[in-house]
Design a protein around this ligand. Structure first.
Ligand SMILES: [Zn+2]
Length: 286
C-alpha cells in the first residue's frame, strides 16, 4: 500500500510538510512524561460516548494536574443497544447523561463534553467533508496541545469496527486540514478563527497493543476510572439488554469489577497504553 501511495503523495498538493515530516524518528516518547503534564489543553475525539473510557485513568490524572480536557464525540450513540424497548431518541439521551456522569467522576466539567450529533453506526457514510469541517472548526477553536484519538495505524492501516474506523481517519485528517490556512478558509475569514497545527498526539486502541510506545501509570486514578466506567449502564452490564437507570448493589459491583478486570497491567502497575506521536500531521502514520 505504502509503495503505491508514496509517489502519489509526493506529487499531490500540500506535500511539503510530508517531506519535512518523513525525516522524523521512528520511535517517539514524550519529552515530559504524561504523568507530569500540566497546563495543557487536551482534545479527545471519539465516535461514541464511552470511547474515552479507554483513557479514563489518564484523563482523571490530566484533569487533576490542571490540564483543560475537552471530549468531542462524533455520534450520539443512538443505536447500540439490545434493549428492544428503547428508541433512538431515548438512547441518545441516556448516552449523553451517562457520558456526562462518567466525565463528572473524572472531574471534567459537563460543558467540556461536545457532541457533534451524528448517527451511531453510520459515521463513515456521512458527508466526510462536512464532518471534517466540523472537526477542524473545533480544533481551531480549542487549539489543543495534544489530540487523543483512535489510532489510524502506524505503517499499516489499523482495522477498527465501523465508526471507530471513520473516527480514526477523520481525526487525523482534521488535524492535517486545521493547519492549512486555505482549507475551510471561511472559518478564518468569517469566523475569526486561525489555522492551527496540533503538536502532540496520544493514539488509543482497544484490542491490540502492538504499536503502543507510552504507558501512563494510572495507579492513583484507578478508582476514578472504575467509578466512571460504571456509569455506562446502557452499554455494559444488565442495561445492555434491559435498560434501567439504577442498578442493584450486586449489579453495580459486577460492572465495576468488569472495568477493573479490563485494566492493562505493565510491570505490576495499572497502565493505559498509547501510541505517542509528535510532529506534523502528515506523518502520523510513519
Ligand atoms: Zn465506540
Amino acid at each position: 500500500m505504502r509503495s503505491l501511495l508514496l509517489p502519489l503523495f509526493l506529487t499531490v498538493g500540500l506535500c511539503a510538510s510530508g517531506r519535512m515530516a518523513s525525516a522524523q524518528g521512528e520511535e517517539q516518547k514524550p519529552a515530559i512524561a504524561v504523568e507530569k503534564w500540566s497546563g495543557k489543553t487536551i482534545m479527545l475525539i471519539g465516535a461514541h460516548a464511552d470511547d474515552d473510557a479507554l483513557s479514563h485513568g489518564t484523563l482523571a490524572m490530566l484533569q487533576a494536574h490542571s490540564n483543560q480536557i475537552y471530549i468531542v464525540t462524533l455520534t450520539t450513540g443512538n443505536v447500540g443497544t439490545q434493549d428492544p424497548n428503547l428508541s433512538r431518541t431515548q438512547l441518545a439521551q441516556i448516552r449523553r447523561q451517562e457520558e456526562r456522569a462518567a466525565l463528572g467522576e473524572l472531574g471534567i466539567p459537563a460543558e467540556h463534553y461536545i457532541n457533534l450529533g451524528y448517527d451511531d453506526g453510520l459515521l463513515e457514510f456521512e458527508d466526510r467533508k462536512a464532518v471534517l469541517e466540523n472537526l477542524v472548526r473545533w480544533i481551531r477553536k480549542l487549539r489543543p496541545d495534544v489530540l487523543m484519538a483512535w489510532d489510524p495505524g502506524k505503517n499499516y492501516q489499523r482495522w477498527h469496527k465501523s465508526d471507530h474506523r471513520a473516527a480514526s481517519y477523520l481525526a487525523a485528517d482534521a488535524a492535517r486540514a486545521a493547519m492549512w490556512r486555505l482549507l475551510f478558509e471561511g472559518q478564518i475569514t468569517q469566523e475569526g478563527l486561525n489555522e492551527y497545527m496540533i503538536p502532540e498526539y496520544l493514539f488509543y486502541n482497544d484490542y491490540d497493543h502492538e504499536d503502543e510506545n507510552t504507558w501512563v501509570d494510572i495507579s492513583e486514578f484507578v478508582e476514578q476510572k472504575v467509578n466512571a466506567g460504571a456509569k455506562y449502564i446502557s452499554q455494559f452490564g444488565p442495561g445492555w439488554k434491559n435498560y434501567k437507570p439504577n442498578l442493584s448493589e450486586v449489579e453495580l459491583k459486577q460492572m465495576k469489577d468488569g472495568v477493573r478486570g479490563r485494566i492493562q497491567m505493565k510491570d505490576s502497575k495499572p497502565v493505559e497504553g498509547f501510541r505517542y506521536y509528535k510532529g506534523l500531521p502528515d506523518a502520523i502514520g510513519k
